[in-house]
Design a protein around this ligand. Structure first.
Ligand code: ADP
Length: 270
């Protein structure tokens, strides 16, 4: 640690104040560095779609008038990149907000019915993937309730279910379950898909991290979803755990602190 104010050997108030001042400055400097890194990462990621759009606009300018094929293709690809930009910017906003209000005191939890909320999300997914509902198995009891802000829970479940849908193998079922563990309620989503290499498991919750950039790009992923979910879970003093066997399965678990445990037993399905 950098010593900003010299600390004397004496054990007096001045020494204590100097220590506090140095610690405060260190944490300020650290959060400033994190902010800078955030801006740097975001600018870098935003630059890619912008460069692609720029390239297509140049093509349209040069050849678009004479070649309708170039015109149509470049317009479509520019539209795709614009959608990606819109999604990235809205995810960045969510992530920044989650960082700011990362304290449960600022949340307004309500008792949500877990099965019902997940059911609604799955129902809405049919517009993206009509088969998704058929492939999803819900192992949650009707009376499972969780004190959480509904939009936060929806946000996290959409991210995790969307990943399960994107990275699963065709026609493989996706299992969503809830279980009581000591003092915790664990909600898991398991898919039997491409999985995540073991040495990258701890990285996938970093913002913008994608296991395979090409693979994620094809699926439209920006690498922000799990970073958002992790931040939100920290606000609930809970945790997000990812287990996977590469090439076989992935299980994402959200663990919420839970006071009204029906029985002290662990692993009880609820
Ligand atoms: P993205 O929007 O790219 O999916 P996420 O932050 O949600 O971003 O996920 C980060 C990366 O973790 C993904 O790009 C993907 O490589 C990997 N990943 C996430 N969920 C799964 C899953 N269920 N199966 C396999 N890989 C996954």
């Amino acid at each position: 640690l950098k010593e900003r104010v010299q600390i004397s050997d004496q054990q007096d108030e001045m020494t204590e104040l100097s220590l506090m001042f140095n610690e405060l400055m260190d944490s300020l400097e650290q959060s400033f560095r994190q902010q800078q890194q955030f801006i740097e990462d975001a600018s870098h990621e935003l630059k890619t779609p912008l460069s692609i759009i720029h390239g297509h606009l140049s093509m349209i300018k040069r050849w678009g008038k004479d070649d309708p094929e170039v015109l149509n293709r470049s317009i479509q690809l520019s539209l795709n990149e614009t959608n990606r930009l819109i999604q990235m910017v809205s995810e960045l906003l969510i992530l920044t907000r989650a960082n700011h209000s990362a304290a449960i005191a600022e949340y307004a939890p309500e008792n949500i019915r877990v099965k019902q909320v997940i059911g609604e999300i799955i129902e809405n997914f049919k517009f993206v993937n009509p088969e998704f509902r058929m492939l999803t198995r819900l192992e949650i009891s009707d009376d499972c309730v969780l004190p959480v802000q509904k939009n936060h829970f929806q946000q996290m479940m959409i991210i995790i279910l969307d990943n399960a849908m994107k990275y699963t193998r065709d026609q493989k079922e996706i299992r969503v379950s809830a279980a009581m563990e000591t003092g915790l309620l664990a909600i898991s989503v398991m898919d039997y898909g491409m999985g995540i290499p073991e040495d990258e498991l701890y990285l996938v919750t970093n913002r913008f991290y994608r296991v395979d950039k090409a693979r994620s790009r094809k699926h439209g992923g920006n690498g922000l979803g799990l970073a958002i979910a992790k931040r939100l879970m920290e606000g609930y003093a809970g945790e997000l755990q990812i287990d996977s066997v590469y090439g076989e399965w992935t299980k994402v678990t959200l663990r919420f602190p839970y006071k009204n445990e029906p029985a002290a037993g662990s692993g009880k399905e609820v």
